[in-house]
Design a protein around this ligand. Structure first.
Ligand SMILES: Cc1cc2nc3c(=O)[nH]c(=O)nc-3n(C[C@H](O)[C@H](O)[C@H](O)COP(=O)(O)O)c2cc1C
Length: 182
């Protein structure tokens, strides 16, 4: 077992190091994360997204998405969301409570994106439109206006660590940390 997970401080440090490693490698635990949103009409909605940038100082995680996607509509209605991560090596579940601000991609970010990444956010017709068959969705010319940044501000972190001795669960919020019953 990772010794870091036996203390609250060590657990907090490990969480942020896992998050920071996410955007740097496709093999990293926090490269793909589950983002859950909700809306009154559709209820809860969860999907996998790529973590593109993590800034521990500001506590902001960044994801890219298509401007016409359902998650953007959800977030325009309710900025509250959750991000879930499972680390099979550490046997650690990480639950992040976040508020998400939606913003346009600035020209510097857009210019740094590879053509493959840009194409991920260019589809015709727009995401979610009913079509006869998969081939009826065409690759459109990427446009910066179709791509949005989801800037997720971390409000609290909850961890659940599974060991052969049992479960340990902790909450980190507003600079405080606390073990809680699993
Ligand atoms: C491996 C993987 C990575 C994905 N990465 C993203 C992503 O970074 N951004 C995104 O908007 N959708 C991504 N998706 C697609 C979403 O899971 C989802 O299907 C899509 O965004 C539509 O979701 P929505 O209708 O709830 O908005 C990814 C899917 C997979 C399987």
């Amino acid at each position: 077992m990772n010794d870091a997970l036996t203390s609250l401080n060590g657990t907090h440090e490990l969480v942020w190091s896992l998050l920071e490693a996410g955007p740097k490698s496709k093999a990293a635990t926090a490269n793909l994360v589950v983002l859950a949103t909700s809306s009154i009409e559709n209820g809860p909605s969860a999907r996998i997204v790529v973590l593109r940038h993590v800034d521990r100082v500001s506590g902001i995680l960044r994801v890219f998405t298509h401007a016409a996607s359902q998650k953007v509509a959800d977030l325009n209605e309710d900025e509250r969301a959750e991000i879930m991560i499972w680390d099979p090596v550490e046997q650690l579940q990480i639950r992040l409570t976040v508020n998400i601000e939606v913003s346009h991609v600035d020209s510097e970010t857009w210019s740094r994106l590879g053509p493959g990444t840009r194409l991920n956010y260019a589809v015709d017709p727009t995401p979610g439109t009913p079509i006869e068959a998969p081939e009826n969705a065409r690759q459109a010319t990427p446009e910066a206006s179709q791509m949005l940044c989801l800037n997720a501000r971390v409000l609290s972190i909850e961890t659940l660590h599974i060991t052969s001795d049992g479960l340990s669960r902790a909450v980190f919020q507003d600079g405080t940390s606390q073990w809680i019953a699993p």
